[in-house]
Design a binder for this molecule. Structure first.
Ligand code: TYD
Length: 233
């Protein structure tokens, strides 16, 4: 089990296969948090740090990390660098961090070629999120969304691979839940605002111990000027 977050700020992770809308939903959640007055920030993995830079080149196929274990170790190293340089300092200041991908991505994508137990091991120092939300979309929906983008990245090569990544997500989530981690799976095929409403309900539930006065909205847009700014497809 990964160490519990000891900080006043909460760590909320949004996950999903390529094309699931995790970046859109992370952005919308951040806007909602700021709207209701919860100090918050957005981050993503691969990070903006030095190892994240190498990983972006690898993902963009402009550089090749030799072999799946090297790739998995690079993601784990980036995660620790990201955690220590950016995430934990923010959490320690009471800032809620919304992360677009975190170790669950490694337990899914790198599990195509590496053993899940080993992946858990190399990620075991990463703080456990207070909440992870997986946006579940059928593989064809994910493929259709990223196929409209101009270039294909490393993990966007084929439908079969994405289908296996989706299966790996399910296996990893089962494992994390057995260990008591809070991982929620929601239907990511609905409109961005409907998905957002559910993400907000889950996030508000996770944040209530820290913010007892926070009400859980039935409709995320009720009385709110928050609107989606990034299209999903
Ligand atoms: P990115 O362009 O950020 O994709 P997205 O907008 O879908 O998040 O690239 C991230 C890619 O890296 C994505 O295909 C998933 C992959 N990835 C891993 O394979 N392992 C990991 O641990 C992480 C964080 C990402």
């Amino acid at each position: 089990m990964n160490p519990e977050n000891p900080h006043p700020g909460a760590l909320i992770v949004i996950e999903g296969i390529d094309g699931s809308g995790s970046t859109t939903q992370s952005d919308m959640l951040l806007q909602w948090l700021q709207r209701v007055g919860i100090p918050s920030t957005f981050t993503r993995e691969p990070s903006k740090g030095p190892i994240g830079g190498v990983l972006r080149l690898h993902i963009g196929k402009r550089l090749e990390l030799a072999g799946p274990p090297a790739e998995a170790l690079a993601f784990a190293a980036d995660r620790m660098d990201h955690l220590n340089s950016e995430i934990a300092p923010a959490l320690a200041r009471g800032i809620t961090v919304v992360a677009d991908r975190y170790y669950l991505s490694s337990l899914a994508y790198q599990a195509l070629a590496c053993d899940l137990g080993w992946l858990r091991e190399i990620n075991r120092f990463a703080l456990r999120p207070d909440l992870t939300v997986l946006l579940s979309v059928p593989v064809d929906v994910g493929v259709a969304r990223f196929s409209s983008r101009p270039t294909r990245e490393r993990f966007e090569e084929n439908r079969g691979e994405l289908a296996r990544i989706a299966e790996m997500y399910d296996a990893a989530i089962a494992r994390l839940r057995e260990e008591g981690e809070d991982v929620r799976v929601i239907d990511g095929t609905r409109s961005p605002s409907d998905v957002h409403a559910e993400v907000v309900r889950l996030a508000a539930g996770a944040l209530q111990p820290r913010y007892p006065g926070l009400s859980i909205p039935q409709d995320a847009y009720e009385g709110s000027s928050v609107r989606p700014t990034v299209p999903t497809a």
